[in-house]
Design a protein around this ligand. Structure first.
Ligand code: CP
Ligand code: NVA
Length: 300
């Protein structure tokens, strides 16, 4: 059973096919309207979402299927039914499960059912975001392979999936984080083992110099709220403002997974500027997820 828990579960060829299918779908979004007729996607959200929830629901609709929003608090899951039992029961009803969870282990346990499971963000990874980002970079640069991308800020779930994209899709990644906020060394090591070109630094300028694309994410991820004040203090030098962005190439683009906090991790000038592609990234969530659903549920 194929899942999308991590980009590392997919080969380079599979991911490149997925991106090619995403571009085809983007050019003709209703071209496969009957592909998933009668099929249902269960969507479990332990955390809030705008893009993930809406893009997956619209993606299913555009394939002729349906998506169902499930809040754990309204399920027996919230009263102690095990994740494995939930997965087995849902597998009898639906054709795929997408879940946004606190612990990555939860999506792993959900994948013990008998339908494909998609990680819609865990504390460790956000593979669907990195897929949309890879399509966005492909559109801008002709190919995602070899693109010099600087990621600044917290070495979090979004950063980890970009590291995986570096391993599988050949993004050349420089990660700039404060000490103590580096990405998980095991994820970096596995990516390097798979041939990824990844540089780590605690100097934001060093990360950005000469980059073709500069990416940042919120300083306080969902679940980290108790550390918000400390994070603002430590991450402040990593704010992407016009001065820092100017160290990148003159035509470099700016990326952010959104939601953004103008004035914290990025200034309004950069986020709303002419080289920002953040709304292309958001749109591309839908096209890449449509391709992912087709591939997982219908075999492509
Ligand atoms: N980027 C992203 O996953 O956004 P949501 O939290 O709105 O789903
Ligand atoms: N790192 C952020 C991403 C939000 C889409 C979080 O986990 O909250």
């Amino acid at each position: 059973m194929k899942h999308m828990l991590s980009l590392m579960d997919w080969t380079t060829e599979e991911l490149r096919s997925l991106l090619a299918l995403s571009a085809e779908i983007k050019a003709d979004p209703l071209g496969r309207f009957d592909a998933l007729t009668g099929k249902t996607l269960a969507m479990i959200f332990e955390k809030p979402s705008t893009r993930t929830r809406v893009s997956f629901e619209v993606a299913m609709n555009r394939l002729g299927g349906q998506a169902m929003f499930l809040s754990p608090n309204d399920m027996q899951l919230g009263r102690g039914e095990t994740i494995e039992d939930t997965a087995r029961v849902l597998s009898r009803y639906v054709d795929a499960i997408m879940a946004r969870v606190f612990s990555h282990e939860t999506v792993v346990q959900l994948s013990t059912g008998s339908v494909p499971v998609i990680n819609g963000l865990s504390d460790a990874l956000h593979p669907c975001q990195a897929l949309a980002d890879s399509l966005t970079l492909t559109e801008r640069f002709g190919d995602v392979r070899g693109v010099e991308l600087a990621y600044l800020g917290d070495g979090n779930n979004v950063c980890h999936s970009l590291i995986n994209a570096a391993a599988r899709l050949g993004i050349r990644l420089r990660v700039g984080t404060p000490a103590g906020y580096e990405p998980d060394p095991a994820i970096v090591a596995a990516a390097r083992e798979a041939g990824a070109d990844i540089a780590l630094t605690t100097d934001p300028r060093e990360a950005v110099v000469g980059a073709q694309a500069v990416y940042t994410d919120v300083w306080t991820s969902m679940g980290d709220e108790a550390e918000a004040a400390e994070r603002v203090r430590v991450l402040e030098p990593f704010r992407v403002d016009a001065t820092l962005f100017a160290f990148a190439l003159p035509d470099a683009v700016f990326l952010h997974c959104l939601p953004a906090h103008r004035g914290d991790e990025v200034t309004a000038e950069v986020l709303d500027g002419p080289r920002s592609v953040v709304f292309d990234q958001a749109e591309n969530r839908m096209h890449t997820e449509q391709a992912l659903l087709l591939t997982l549920v219908d075999g492509g």
